[in-house]
Design a protein around this ligand. Structure first.
Ligand SMILES: Cc1cc2nc3c(=O)[nH]c(=O)nc-3n(C[C@H](O)[C@H](O)[C@H](O)COP(=O)(O)O)c2cc1C
Length: 187
């Protein structure tokens, strides 16, 4: 069923509810947004990530990654980034402008690592090879002995602004907003 929310307040609330749900629902299309960053050479890089946490009260999104990945180097150089979400069910696109802080040490990361290391995802963060390292053959990374040190990094994205687009046969709608303003835009 396609839902139609009329007021900015209702649309904003529905967006944050949907983002929250995506963290817990593996089949929710907002669980795997595309994250775009500024490349070191001045270009742009995009990749799919998993949405791991949402704090709607603080307007923050959380993603886990390998501290040695290219995106971390890019975010260290420029913390501005954009998440793009698309929901086929709602026919809603979100383009979320964020500022990302990177946590690689400290209590929050270690507490999280205690949980992640029990899961299959642990292997993503203990490979001795940094993501993007050149391989001689494709089995090389899986045959290497894994070290005990982890490279888990937590990306905390503070939302600056959301560009919301609804596709509808009744007429598309678009708006730009954050906690303090709302502006309708031509789609
Ligand atoms: C469905 C899906 C989910 C992914 N989730 C993550 C993720 O949560 N964190 C992550 O670092 N990479 C994730 N990846 C891999 C990234 O898309 C990317 O290939 C990798 O992080 C290297 O990106 P970089 O070289 O730009 O840093 C995911 C890929 C797919 C296809």
């Amino acid at each position: 069923m396609e839902l139609s929310f009329q007021t900015p307040l209702e649309i904003r609330s529905q967006i944050w509810k949907g983002l929250n749900r995506a963290v817990h629902d593996k089949h929710h299309s907002w669980r795997t947004p595309v994250l775009s960053t500024l490349a070191i050479d001045g270009g742009v890089n995009s990749r799919t990530v998993v949405l791991r946490g949402v704090d709607d009260a603080a307007s923050k999104l959380t993603v886990y990654t390998d501290a040695r990945s290219l995106k971390v180097a890019e975010l260290n150089a420029n913390s501005k980034a954009v998440f793009v979400f698309w929901s086929q069910r709602l026919h809603w696109q979100l383009r979320v402008k964020v500022n990302i802080s990177i946590l690689t040490t400290g209590q929050q990361v270690e507490t999280l690592w205690e949980r992640v290391k029990q899961s299959a995802a642990a292997f993503d963060y203990i490979s001795p090879l940094a993501p993007g390292s050149k391989l001689i053959n494709t089995t090389e990374s899986s045959t290497l002995i894994k070290s005990n040190d982890h490279h888990l990094a937590v990306l905390i994205a503070s939302v600056d602004e959301i560009d919301w687009l609804e596709l509808s046969i009744k007429g598309h709608r678009r708006a730009r907003f954050n906690d303090t303003f709302w502006e309708w835009l031509a789609p």
